[in-house]
Ligand binder design. Structure first.
Ligand code: SF4
Length: 317
């Protein structure tokens, strides 16, 4: 990926009556509040990352898609199939997610996986040419464990029989003043209807640490549902790794404060055309477009030199 040369100025979005037309999904909000320059690259310039590690996408995508397909079936069918359906179809979904449009398995073939499994069982070293792919075998096992935990969780609350919308999409006007209109949109993993017009919102997560989850995501979802005229009983993260329904209190005060932050950040960045890079070592290492960011490239080089001098990279080398 090469450094980016900007050719056009991005005017702040406005409605015909001159008010700011502010739109956020949780994705775009998270990017803007983390680093305005990343927002410019990804959201405004539509820069595509050169190489994205597919592992996280597969690990999140397989449970998402399985839940979506299972809960799209009528309740009677679900009851008949039981949660065993997930175990029976796991391989099929895993293969589907790592197969390209020409039908070629691109990420890790069953034969490669077998070599890993056999080497592990025999406590032998992984063959040199397959070492880089070993992590993928671990990811598969982790995904399987996540699904197994998820099923226990669904069973523990009898959720299998509830009416459920998966990947519920919304786009709703949340607030308007003489200066702006704020609209939020997004897609919610799991929306259980617990009573007429009352829902529980759960976002499926497979994160290592529960505190990586961000309440703003729940705030965006809750505002979207409330704007559509329904009430929200619970909202939280369904943490598959920890096997934990992590219910968060997202009250009116939190939502008000979130809206204020959104407006403030919009006014100090997008409204002014100010997309300053915000370097943070950890965040930048995981940034999809760091290869096109001068701030990252300059700071990374410095950090790398210091680490070298201090000998902190020894384990990696
Ligand atoms: S690498 Fe860091 S500073 Fe650069 S765009 Fe990404 S988050 Fe922002």
């Amino acid at each position: 990926m090469s450094r980016v040369v900007f050719t056009k100025r991005h005017e702040p979005p406005r409605l015909p009556d001159g008010r700011y037309d502010i739109y956020f999904s949780y994705w775009s909000w998270k990017i803007l509040k983390t680093c305005p320059y990343q927002y410019r690259l990804l959201v405004l310039e539509h820069l595509r990352p050169a190489i994205v590690e597919k592992g996280n996408a597969i690990q999140g995508g397989v449970p998402d898609k399985m839940v979506e397909d299972f809960f799209a079936k009528p309740v009677d069918v679900r009851k008949q199939l039981t949660l065993q359906w997930f175990y029976d179809h796991f391989e099929e979904y895993w293969t589907q997610f790592q197969t390209d449009p020409r039908g070629k398995i691109t990420w890790m073939t069953p034969a490669e996986e077998q070599v890993h499994v056999a080497a592990l069982a025999a406590e032998k070293p992984i063959p040199q040419q397959l070492r880089r792919k070993f992590n993928r075998t671990l990811k598969k096992k982790e995904t399987y464990d996540h699904i197994s935990n998820l099923l226990d969780m669904l069973a523990s609350r009898n959720l299998i029989e509830l009416r459920m919308e998966t990947q519920h999409t919304f786009k709703a006007k949340i607030e308007e003043t003489s200066q702006y209109v704020l609209t939020l949109g997004g897609r919610i993993d799991l929306l259980f209807e617990v009573a007429e017009g009352v829902v529980d919102i759960w976002d499926l997560k497979g994160v290592k640490r529960e505190d990586y989850n961000d309440d703003d995501q729940l705030g965006v979802y809750k505002m979207g549902i409330l704007a559509g005229g329904r009430k929200v009983r619970h909202c939280g993260f369904l943490n598959m790794k920890q096997k934990h329904f992590d219910d968060h209190k997202i009250d009116d005060a939190f939502l008000r404060e979130l809206r204020l932050r959104m407006i403030d950040v919009f006014m100090s960045t997008i409204a002014r055309g100010n997309y300053t890079a915000r370097f943070d070592q950890r965040t930048c290492e995981y940034c999809d477009v760091n290869g096109s960011c001068n701030t990252y490239l300059e700071n990374r080089e410095t950090t790398f030199d210091v680490k070298q001098l201090l000998g902190k990279n020894k384990i990696l080398l």
